[in-house]
Design a protein around this ligand. Structure first.
Ligand SMILES: *[C@@H]1O[C@H](CO)[C@@H](O)[C@H](O)[C@H]1NC(C)=O
Ligand SMILES: *[C@@H]1O[C@H](CO)[C@@H](O)[C@H](O)[C@H]1NC(C)=O
Length: 192
């Protein structure tokens, strides 16, 4: 093998390093994209406000909210450990017969031993107008006895790709006997 001067060896090494990129990733795995090619104008983020009513129906022949894990019998008065699965209607007005704008699908769980505080994990799947088929995901803490509870909107799909924001929940009515609740949601979302 011909001998290389130390300087030539160094140049060769540099060339090899520059040309090889990351040797462990197959090409095509990760690509930098121009957002405008995907219809996203980074300078034009919109703020939208949505208001609707969330119906947690536990009574009657067709409950939309069912307890899938009851709290342990000796649990605290906060129902710590409870898990409910929900497919709750979202309507335009407090009247359950008013226009359906979507459904809240997911679950809530009692996650506090000190107060009635729920962990909410919900997808708001909209069906109204141009939002039909689009949705947002809410994940947050809901201390239900407080007047206004705020939960993060962590992202979304369809018209809500890359979305972020927050939801504010206020109880409209609560039936102590059946557990049925109607909750007003005001959701503020930044999206493209
Ligand atoms: C509930 O009962 C179990 C079994 O008897 C016991 O191990 C646990 O400490 C109790 N929990 C509370 C909160 O009292
Ligand atoms: C929403 O979209 C679904 C599927 O495309 C369609 O079947 C349904 O009729 C639409 N609903 C409304 C209210 O436009």
């Amino acid at each position: 093998m011909a001998t290389l001067s130390p300087i030539s060896s160094l140049l060769l090494l540099l060339l090899l390093l520059l040309s090889s990129g990351s040797p462990t990733l197959a090409s095509g795995f990760a690509t930098a994209l121009d957002p405008s090619l995907m219809g996203i104008n980074l300078g034009k983020e919109k703020l939208s406000h949505f208001r609707f009513y969330w119906h947690d129906v536990q009574s009657g022949p067709h409950p939309s909210s069912v307890t899938v894990v009851p709290p342990p019998s000796n649990s605290s008065a906060t129902f710590f450990g409870l898990i409910n699965m929900i497919d709750n209607p979202l309507t335009l007005r407090p009247d359950p017969g008013s226009e359906l704008v979507g459904r809240a699908q997911g679950l809530y769980s009692s996650a506090s031993q000190e107060e009635v505080g729920l962990l909410m994990i919900m997808n708001f799947a909209f069906v109204a107008g141009k939002y039909n088929g689009s949705g947002i995901t809410v994940l947050g803490r809901n201390p239900v006895l407080q007047k206004v509870r705020e939960m993060p909107v962590i992202s979304g799909c369809g018209l809500f790709r890359f979305a972020r924001g927050y939801a504010q929940a206020t109880t409209h009515t609560f039936d102590r006997k059946t557990g049925d609740a109607v909750v007003e949601y005001n959701v503020y979302v930044l999206h493209y």
